[in-house]
Design a protein around this ligand. Sequence first.
Ligand SMILES: Cc1cc2nc3c(=O)[nH]c(=O)nc-3n(C[C@H](O)[C@H](O)[C@H](O)COP(=O)(O)OP(=O)(O)OC[C@H]3O[C@@H](n4cnc5c(N)ncnc54)[C@H](O)[C@@H]3O)c2cc1C
Length: 439
Amino acid sequence: MSKQPAPTVAIVGGGFAGVAVARHLERRLPGHWQILLLSRENYITYNPLLAEVVGASILPGHVVAPIRQMVRRTRFHMVNVARVDLEQRRLILAEPDAEPISWDRLVLACGVRADLTRVPGMAEHAVPLKLLGDALALRNRILVQLERAARHPDPEVRRRLTRFVVVGGGFSGVEVAGELQDFLAEAVRYYPEVNADHCRVALIHSRDRLLNEISEGLGRYAGKRMRRNGIEIHLGARVARVDEEGVELTGGGRVEGATVVATIGTAPVGLMDRVPLPKEKGRIVTAPDLSVADHPDIWAVGDCALVMNQHDGRPSPPTAQFAIRQAALVADNLARREAGRETRPFGYRSRGQLASIGHNKAVAEVYGLRLSGFPAWLLWRGFYLLQIPTLLRKVRVYFEWNWQMLFPPDIVHLRFTRSGDNRWIFEADGKPPPKHRQT
Ligand SMILES: Cc1cc2nc3c(=O)[nH]c(=O)nc-3n(C[C@H](O)[C@H](O)[C@H](O)COP(=O)(O)OP(=O)(O)OC[C@H]3O[C@@H](n4cnc5c(N)ncnc54)[C@H](O)[C@@H]3O)c2cc1C
């Protein structure tokens, strides 16, 4: 008698949601099930600390953790899934000769991508902050601009090169602006040709206060404190256009800066556009139990899914906190359905929010408790330290944070080029080299 192939749950996406689904399924599903996790990178990125990579507070390798070391039973493959074949239950990979992968149950956890197309000029001139590569490119760019400023003959250009504009006053925008300002203040000491007073960070936000996800008092505190630290804050301002020299605001006015960081705008990843499932604004609409309507064997979770929260009747926000909670429920519901038991709806009360604002200060709202300043910053560090995946990373980041308080900042420009590659050094900030400089 031929042996039946093991039933397979395939999870697409190895971010917060996908990895958490795999880990929970390992405990929930009977041993004969195969769990397959597929993702474009072989690591999970701990996004909440990407701003710290920009500001050289931690090494890039410390915000990522290898997925193969985070799972036990799960089989992992680093692949790019190009298409989902719903009829034949197969995943078609982007590699031309790769065999399709069969699935019996499918979990879509592929997150979202940065979208710079909403504002004219943003795609050409701004740097997003979504991936580890973005954080590295941005960090290199800061150092390139300081180098350029150190030897440019025109004082106006020098000033512009040392001005940085961050678009978006949500969590990522506030954190990266604070980190940037701190890093510039330290790094400029090693650039005697650069006027430290000219190094400026401007933060542009469309609402009347920063951090709208947090209570009004804390949002206003963050703005006041960041201004005191030298950050220029433009509230109620919208960016109409981005160019090489800064941004133009709607209704007139300009904010100068040769580097623009975009922390606004996301769009579905390409795979989501191609999958014929019910969607709203590019996110897969799920039933209350996180399965996809009319597709009981398909589940969606994390940023790529539109999940109503039974706790407050509102769509879940695109945060890691919600992605991880949803992942636990998907695994539980999937196992329940296979065992013929009733599934449960998603309902979650947020534990709170924390944001660092630079200068060893933060704002925190946890379990209804509101904190600001240095105590909130300590809480912020402690909380994120506990959340970083793998014990090894926790230990490394702990020592690095303490180390970094005692020693000068790391101002190494990490050149990505390889031997025999003649590209100009300044390309490493992610921009093509000017024609006359190509070698
Ligand atoms: C700078 C920044 C700071 C943040 N700070 C916080 C914070 O402080 N607190 C918080 O709660 N949230 C924060 N977030 C949000 C949080 O990171 C996201 O909500 C979370 O990552 C969502 O998890 P996810 O698994 O749905 O998606 P992701 O973590 O984005 O993972 C998706 C994965 O799917 C993979 N993938 C996509 N398409 C394919 C394909 N076709 N084939 C194979 N693999 C694919 C991707 O490569 C990726 O690995 C932050 C986000 C950013 C960008």
